[in-house]
Ligand binder design. Structure first.
Ligand SMILES: [Zn+2]
Length: 409
């Protein structure tokens, strides 16, 4: 089974029950749809929920009362509807019901408590020492989480734990190694956060997949069900969502678009191949083309600033990387035919600086049927996307079966 469960958005309107579905199953689906609606869209009146979910008033009232009794939502402060009737507002209990989100990034370790409704309740981070593996990061992440636990109310419910893991790490000599989430990491986190024997269930996924999920649920692609999210850091990865669901592949390892070979005469890549896409559009490529040392801290920002100021070497570097970016995006658009391509991490800034060049390449190389409708979008959630997406992963079980977790906690 894949480490990253398929957790694309559930439609706001419940699917018609399959013939033979039990009353209990229909009720569970409706509870999930109502809770998901307020989780994604925030406080909503019963009248609005009735309209949005296509259920009658008394059903919505009963579902909301069940969720309130389970401690997952509150009902209060009625608003007056257009027909002049008062209607209770259903609000997710963000302070009480939360997910533990973790991220293991190339240079940083981050932990957050994120409440139902997507509210960041607390967030801590610390630099990631060079040469450490993802499993080495578990003790530090546990310590960050325990610091946060001191502020957690006794009746809080932690619905799950999820970790976003970047697919590349840097060793002590500065070389990049390719890895990703695996069973060993999930077990180590489960043991650290649990009672020392079995531990709670931990979900894990590639950082680009999880950031894609975040942009799909709460970010720039909230209304888009077919999208490619491209994440740039020391490497380049993609999260691909088709018909509202993440495509994760065997072992959760799909989306390694940074290793598409685009230039067979190009530079060697750390994966052992040559001319991979990330050797042309990765952070190191931008710095190299601009004549900077690839190890320069904050070098990408400096090159982009210099390009904005008109420095010729920096401007040429941005144009060259944007050109290769458009080249690869055109191929991906032909394969996946998405409605949007979202640029995140360092690729967000590269895209914004070279948007015309990217679009020009796309128009030149992609098939008209695939390119004409596709939107190119900068990511909206910034560096918190991985944590927000990890929380969505952790909330998925609750949203699928709200009362099971609500009453069990
Ligand atoms: Zn490669």
């Amino acid at each position: 089974m894949s480490a990253l469960h398929r957790t694309g958005s559930t439609p706001a309107v419940p699917a018609p029950p399959a013939s033979g579905a039990s009353q209990e199953e229909i009720r569970r689906q409706n509870l999930g749809a109502l809770l998901r609606h307020v989780h994604v869209h925030g406080p909503t009146s019963r009248a609005e929920l009735t309209a949005r979910l296509g259920l009658n008033r008394s059903t919505i009232g009963a579902l909301a009362a069940d969720l309130a009794a389970a401690g997952l939502v509150t009902e209060g402060a009625p608003v007056t509807t257009r027909r002049g009737r008062p209607s209770l507002v259903v609000t997710p209990r963000s302070n009480r019901v939360y997910a533990q989100a973790l991220s293991i990034e190339p240079d940083k370790l981050r932990a957050a408590r994120i409440g139902l409704g997507g509210r960041v309740l607390d967030l801590r981070d610390t630099p990631r020492p060079a040469g450490t593996s993802a499993v080495d990061a578990v003790d530090t992440l546990t310590a960050l989480a325990h610091e946060m636990d001191r502020d957690v109310a006794a009746d809080s419910i932690r619905v799950g734990i999820a970790v976003a893991v970047t697919d590349t790490t840097r060793d002590r000599d500065g070389r990049v190694r390719i890895g990703g989430p695996d069973e060993k990491l999930r077990s180590a986190i489960g043991a650290a956060f649990g009672d020392g024997r079995t531990g709670p269930t931990v979900l894990a996924g590639d950082l680009a997949d999880i950031a894609a999920l975040a942009e799909h649920v709460r970010g720039v692609a909230a209304d888009v069900d077919d999208l490619i999210y491209l994440h740039g850091s020391s490497g380049v990865s993609a999260g691909i969502i088709i018909e509202g669901r993440l495509v994760v592949g065997h072992g959760g390892r799909s989306g390694k678009v940074g290793h598409m070979v685009v230039n067979p005469d190009g530079l060697p890549c750390e994966c052992g191949s040559r001319g991979c896409w990330q050797t042309e559009i990765g952070e190191a490529a931008l710095l190299r083309h601009a004549g900077r040392d690839p190890g320069t801290p904050d070098g990408v920002c400096e090159v982009l600033r210099a390009a904005a100021d008109g420095e010729p070497a920096a401007t040429a570097a941005v144009e060259r990387v944007a050109d290769w970016l458009g080249f690869g995006v055109a191929n991906l658009v032909n394969v996946v035919n998405p409605d949007a391509v979202v640029f995140g991490g360092s690729l967000r800034e590269v895209y914004l600086a070279g948007a015309d060049v990217v679009r020009q390449r796309l128009d030149e190389l992609a098939l008209p049927a695939s390119r004409e409708h596709v939107q190119l979008l900068p990511a909206a959630l910034g560096p918190d996307a991985a944590l927000i997406g990890a929380a969505e992963l952790a909330f998925a079980h609750l949203l699928a079966d709200p009362l099971h977790i609500g009453t069990a906690a």
